[in-house]
Design a protein around this ligand. Structure first.
Ligand code: ADP
Ligand code: MG
Length: 349
């Protein structure tokens, strides 16, 4: 067997195969620090509350972090920022390790193959993904896996473009960044990321409207639609403006990168948009609209959105890991994976 792992700024998910079903396990990539003396022991006795006790502090990690933060009036913290391990968070590594251990579980045999998603280096910041990748590699190796990074945009292509010979443009709109990959018969011809995503939209909107970031995030995730009819001057109006700005920024950067990469002319490909930030109703249409106005030198025959955008990267990482395993270790074009799917963990949004 093999596994796929999506290590995102907001969500960490694993994918594994159980017969004909793909099973996903998900946790929030987040934690909260609470004084042990404030905490009633029975709060932690629920066996599934992920936590670490260190001296007089308790760290509640993953999906429960937000509940505990609300109860104790604390802020949640994040091990990652802009798609990679945060340099500003000294507790990042033990926290993310606990989350990853819970999400991937133990290997089903020693050195089980595991493909984990890795962002491309961002073109608009000097962040490097090297340290992040190597840290995850050694962490997963210590857990008994044989880990291999897979570019996040490429994972989207493996997950969503099997029916088009793994040819097309995949765009993963996450929280911390946006990853873009153009592939031709499962060979990446262009991949890059930009250090903006849902977090950027939330922060800009919060600043523009004088609203707390958490409040903005919950308005955005709760039934916000990109229809541009409502709420001039309000939070939803501002969200629409920054959504549109992010799309334009992504498309501009695709134009620029395609130019530099010397992409073959006459290409006619589908585009897949996925990731949590692609969730609002109207997103796909807006993206399509803005693409039409752009000067991208290849033609787009379809813009597709995904039913379960949070699952694409984990699923694609699994497809890649399994196809490598089946082909005895050499990279090859993967087979489309079987339907249907099941969830092991309830979706949190
Ligand atoms: N229903 C929704 N509407 C709008 N944004 C959403 C929704 N659900 C999640 N998001 C946003 O998607 C982002 C998380 O998506 P995800 O793909 O998991 O990111 P990452 O891979 O960076 O962890 C966050 O910015 C979150 O606010
Ligand atoms: Mg992700």
């Amino acid at each position: 067997m093999a596994k796929g792992l999506d290590v995102g700024t907001m969500n960490i998910l694993s994918a594994s195969q159980d017969g004909s079903e793909t099973v996903f396990v998900q946790q929030r990539n987040s934690f909260v620090e609470i004084d042990y003396s404030d905490m009633a022991e029975q709060m932690l006795s629920r066996s599934d509350v992920l936590h670490i006790r260190k001296d007089d502090k308790v760290y509640v990690v993953g999906d429960d972090a937000l509940n505990f933060a609300n109860i104790f009036g604390k802020e949640t913290r994040r091990p990652m920022q802009h798609g990679i391990l945060s340099s500003e968070e000294s507790s990042a590594i033990p926290m993310i390790k606990l989350i990853i251990e819970q999400v991937v579980g133990s290997p089903s045999r020693p050195n089980e193959r595991l493909f984990y998603s890795s962002p491309a280096d961002p073109i608009d910041s000097d962040l490097s993904t090297l340290y992040h990748d190597k840290t995850l590699e050694s962490m997963l190796g210590d857990m008994g896996y044989d880990p291999e990074p897979i570019n996040e945009g490429m994972a989207v292509i493996y997950s969503e473009l099997a029916d088009n010979n793994f040819t097309g443009l995949g765009v993963s709109f996450g929280a911390g960044m946006t990853n873009i990959c153009l592939a031709y018969y499962a060979v990446p011809v262009m991949q890059f990321s930009i250090a903006r995503g849902g977090d950027w939209i939330d922060q800009q909107t919060a600043q523009a409207t004088g609203t707390a970031v958490d409040k903005v995030t919950s308005i955005k995730e709760d039934d916000f639609q990109l229809d541009f009819r409502t709420d001039v001057g309000g939070v939803e109006g501002a969200l629409s403006i920054y959504y549109e700005n992010l799309l334009d920024y992504v498309i501009e950067n695709i134009e620029r990168e395609v130019d530099e990469e010397d992409i073959e002319e006459g290409l006619d490909v589908p585009v897949v948009v996925t990731g949590g930030t692609s969730s609002p109703k109207g997103f796909e249409e807006l993206f399509e609209h803005h693409l039409e106005d752009s000067t991208i030198p290849f033609s787009v025959n379809e813009v597709r959105s995904i039913d379960r955008p949070l699952y694409s990267v984990a699923r694609g990482s699994l497809v890649a890991a399994r196809s490598e395993e089946e082909s005895g270790g050499s990279a090859s074009e993967p087979e489309p994976e079987p339907e249907p799917e099941a969830e092991a963990a309830p979706e949190s949004n």
